[in-house]
Design a binder for this molecule. Sequence first.
Ligand SMILES: NC(=O)c1ccc[n+]([C@@H]2O[C@H](COP(=O)([O-])OP(=O)(O)OC[C@H]3O[C@@H](n4cnc5c(N)ncnc54)[C@H](OP(=O)(O)O)[C@@H]3O)[C@@H](O)[C@H]2O)c1
Length: 806
Amino acid sequence: MTVPTQQYSIVARTKGVAQLVPDALIPKLRDDCVLVRTQAVAVNPTDWKHIDYVTQSGKARPGCDYAGIVEEVGANLSRPFKKGDRIAGFLHGTNDDNFDDGAFAEYIAAKTGVAMHVPDNLSIEEAATMGVGISTVGQGLYQSLQLPLPGTNSGATGTILIYGGSTATGTLAIQYAKLSGWKVVTTCSPRNFDLVKSFGADAAFDYNDPHCAKNIAEYTSNQLTHVFDCIGSAEAVMICANSIGPQGGKYSTLLKIKDWPRADVEVLYTLAYTGIGEPFTKAAYGGHIEARPEDYEFQIKFWDLAEKLIREGKIKPHQHIIGQDGLKGVLDGINLLREGKVSGAKLVYRVADTPNISTTRSHSSAASDRTVSQIPRLFSPGGRRPRVSGAKRCTGHPATSQPHSRTSVSSTSSRGPSSELGYRPPSPPGSKDGHRRQRPPLGFNEDSVATAAAALVAGGSQLAVPQTSGRSVDLSWGLRTRQQQRRYMSMPAVATPPNSPDWFKKAQGPSIFEIFEKSQPTTRRTFQFAHAASAMPKNPKRRVALETADEFLSVQVGEDAYFVRSDAMGVADGVGGWSQYKGANPALYSRKLMHYASAEFEKLDDILDSDYSIDDYNNVDPREVMQQSYDQTNADMAAAKILGSTTAIVAVLRDDELRIANLGDCGVMIVRNDEPIFRSEEQQHSFNFPYQLGTGSRDSPKDAQTFSVKIQEDDIVILGSDGMFDNVFDDDIVEIIRSVVQSSGTRNRTSVDPQKISDALLRRAREVAEDSRYASSPFQTRAIQEGMYYQGGKMDDVTVLAGVIR
Ligand SMILES: NC(=O)c1ccc[n+]([C@@H]2O[C@H](COP(=O)([O-])OP(=O)(O)OC[C@H]3O[C@@H](n4cnc5c(N)ncnc54)[C@H](OP(=O)(O)O)[C@@H]3O)[C@@H](O)[C@H]2O)c1
């Protein structure tokens, strides 16, 4: 690829102001650098801090984290790279001493001592999250605190407190400390307890709990000696100081602190920029700082080790969210960090998504392309599908007292604008907090959906759909798929058509809980979900409301909402047909329903300290949870005179049993060893008119189907809104999971990253949804079976939850 003479780049102009400019110069290639065509960049707190408080030149380029492709190679590299290599690493962003530094540009000069070859098991977006974190953890844990390097089996072991475990630095530090053989205690918000434990933390404590230090001291039997502080606030200092035992120890911080209260503890401070081995001047950091070649030497070895550990799957990236608009979006991301609106996730931007970027420059992510091409495409690449003879065009349903249509199928032109893939909301709350939290009923406010929490941007790159001419579409494919499915379904075979309203009631038989209680064995394995969520609203410009600590326990995605915990999951899909009714808010309805369902499970989190018994915990019934949340949601909606309705599914894990209550057309699928062992069916009054819960609805949780499925370690549970199940055939869900498992290089599914599964399914669902011409979709198949003419996928909000049983 020819390197252009000018490029898009962000420049820090004046205090607090950064701009994207189209005519920045390409950096000069220095001997110790490679020229990198960036594909993805990630945002760090240091970016906004430099823009607001540090840089003075008006010309420096911000950005420290990058991943991309090597285009040119300097003469004297610290670590070997060649043209075409995938590379990720750390740069000195917003460097007033060298305006060529900084990651937020199409082409950058990268020093190879603080970079790695991106291993095959890492996407380019994941790789972009790691640069600052790796360098920082190297300095903080190993240069400063002198922990033994992973694999060396030398040096002391003990317990370390990683303060701020849910930070991007913290999740890496937890993993490294564990690899070094240390026990890890950490602090974060309760909503991130599951997150930090999934990275290996042995115990997590809420830093907002006034007894936090006391609890840590008790947990560590007053023996704590080492602290790595990723926050550095005055409160952090006090908690860290009071957690260390009476014997004293070492405290290493990433931010310079004013006062340290204990003389028996050595205070250490590191600054990642010294790891690059070059001098720099920053008035805010005390003026001129000499080069530290020893720091760079350490980093060269540390990055060598990091590359190996990542390739071996021993170090995993922080969660990430892909924002829209590439380098332009980075400016939004900087602002979100500045406003403290990002929790437990890293914001990543794909350079190719930058508006107006030259089409002759290819910044597309090789990793994403590869992921897509690994998944067999379900659309026929070419040829218009044959018109179905005798089919009538679907025009939706006649008006009734309650809107019921899931989506208009009257015209493919009703779909939203060509949308972008890639939004990935962070995991919602719902972890076991270790103490009971009382949640007041949600305050009601028309705008609460929009204002409830941080609104993170949706987006990502568009996936190219190959449109070569060729085969025609086999219309019986979907039907065959569903017949295959039925073999695996636990629903009994029935002679009456599924569209009959009583079908599910008849088919369902006695409550599974009655059966379950009688047959409960005495010794059973206890499992949890390693879980992840991927979701995208129908209209990508529509904001996604995340939870806040004191408000919702659910995440909203368009009119979908979900919650996910290590023992339960739920998805609700607000019925879009309400949009024509004044005072209706189906999005709020679905979000409240999921909030209250999650709150029902939260009540059982600490039965020792609550009104609930172990029997309540053991016997929790998802249909009863649905009933409770339905009652509370309806009460709220009635008080606020707001209308709405939703479909919903709730699943809970107890021991080795997954209990499910499903009402409407959300769904669940369980996959074992590349085979579907269970799949729920839609409940519909008629085609495209699902059962639903709502203000004045004729259906209620009593109508929900209930299932009980024995699960095993390694099973993979997928919950989704109809945005997924209407667009992705069951066989393809299985195939996509198989492909993700295979590409993760392990036969042991328990170590597969559920995020990769949910991402891949979301990607497929959006791919099909956006294709109104060539895709074959389950929704299309059913429409055709109903004698209606419908082509392609169905544009809808898509929510995918993945749980790997561990
Ligand atoms: N010296 C260096 O070389 C160096 C290098 C890297 C980073 N840093 C600094 O280290 C800090 C962390 O950076 P990062 O990128 O790892 O962070 P990050 O991922 O942006 O951190 C976000 C997390 O910080 C936690 N948090 C925010 N305010 C907090 C508070 N007052 N007390 C406790 N936790 C709080 C939140 O956790 P919960 O949501 O769980 O509450 C949130 O999830 C930043 O200040 C950064 O500038 C310094």
